[in-house]
Write a protein that binds this ligand. Structure first.
Ligand code: FE
Length: 340
């Protein structure tokens, strides 16, 4: 009898030990919905996993698809963090009630108020300037001013820009509404469309290639696309192209963000906050800047030489949330002026 009990005790203690071991080793997780291309976000995820031992489950899709997916999944949505580009997309996600407010001293200290939601529901993590890339053989530097001047007839059939269906352009138009008002922005958009070198086609990269091929003289594109092309093995194709940071008396260079928010029903809340805090760390900010060629949101981490060469630009003091606020009006203007 005594022997059996001892054996039983032994088995029970082994089972208990195994159970507590699995408890100990059940790893923390993070469910990340990302609208950023996988190869851009992978180095950040790998570093985060290494530093925190939190396993990241990644779902990538286009911003609009993820938005729809979250709506469809509703209360069954297991996403902890939504990562996306453009303040317009973050604003839309917040209006759809996806995010919760986060009070993080780290994020408050590291991210300027201009680059985050005023209720701390989303946070800008990298910056991108919407710049002009021009052909130095056909455009003189002093011909270039702000965005507004590109509607002047001297630029007839010379401007390249992607479709207005893209959020980058919607946010640019929204920024112009904030600075110049509705009427003035609509007149500008009409003039710009009149100056198109061709009907909008392709992405930002395609506009730069079209300038290099002589289809038009000036492309309006996000800074990192050009930075990437001129550091690629095909850089010789772009040696006649240069960068101009738009600026006039009223508006400086349009700066947008990529960013993230913590989902309202995040099952792994601590991991979610830690992840966004990690993305604001020096190490992560350096990846944004030195690998993705975006401007870091924490500017003390520095930028690569290729970006330094372009010089410093004048940035507006507009809050990025304005891009979302005027987003609908921006689309209406684009429709009315026939910007496809
Ligand atoms: Fe992009």
């Amino acid at each position: 009898m005594f022997i059996v009990s001892k054996k039983l005790l032994y088995i029970v203690s082994i089972v208990l030990l195994l159970f507590s071991a699995t408890q100990l080793y059940s790893q923390d997780e993070l469910n990340l919905y990302s609208a950023r291309k996988e190869h851009l976000i992978k180095p950040l995820i790998e570093l985060f996993e290494k530093e925190t031992d939190i396993k990241v489950n990644l779902v990538t899709a286009k911003a609009a698809q993820l938005h729809q997916r979250i709506l469809t999944e509703s209360n069954n949505c297991i996403a902890d963090v939504l990562l996306t580009t453009d303040a317009g997309n973050l604003w839309k996600a917040d209006k759809a009630n996806f995010f919760q407010s986060v009070n993080s001293e780290i994020l408050n200290n590291r991210i300027d108020k201009k680059y985050r939601d005023e209720d701390n529901k989303w946070w800008g993590l990298s910056l991108r300037a919407r710049i002009f890339v021009y052909n130095t053989k056909t455009v003189k530097k002093d011909e270039l001013k702000g965005y507004k001047f590109l509607s002047d007839p001297i630029f007839k059939s010379r401007i390249l820009i992607r479709s207005s269906g893209n959020i980058y352009n919607q946010s640019l138009i929204a920024h112009m509404i904030e600075k110049y008002g509705m009427n003035s922005t609509e007149i500008w958009a009409k003039g710009l469309v009149n100056n198109f070198a061709r009907d909008p086609a392709g992405g930002d990269r395609d506009q730069i290639k079209a300038v290099a091929a002589g289809v038009g003289d000036i492309a309006i594109v996000n800074s990192y696309y050009f930075a990437k092309l001129i550091s690629s093995e095909k850089k010789d194709n772009f040696r006649n192209l240069k960068v101009h940071f738009p600026k006039d008396e009223i508006m400086g260079t349009h700066l947008n963000i990529s960013g993230a928010g913590v989902m309202k029903n995040a099952p792994n809340l601590n991991s979610a906050i830690r992840f966004i805090e990690f993305l604001s760390s020096d190490k992560a900010q350096k990846i944004y800047s030195y690998i993705n060629y975006e401007y870091p949101v924490v500017n003390s981490v520095g930028i690569p030489d290729s970006l330094k060469k372009w010089g410093i630009f004048y940035e507006d003091n507009v809050f990025s949330s304005a891009y979302g606020r005027h987003g609908r009006l921006a689309i209406q203007i684009a429709d009315r002026v026939g910007w496809n």
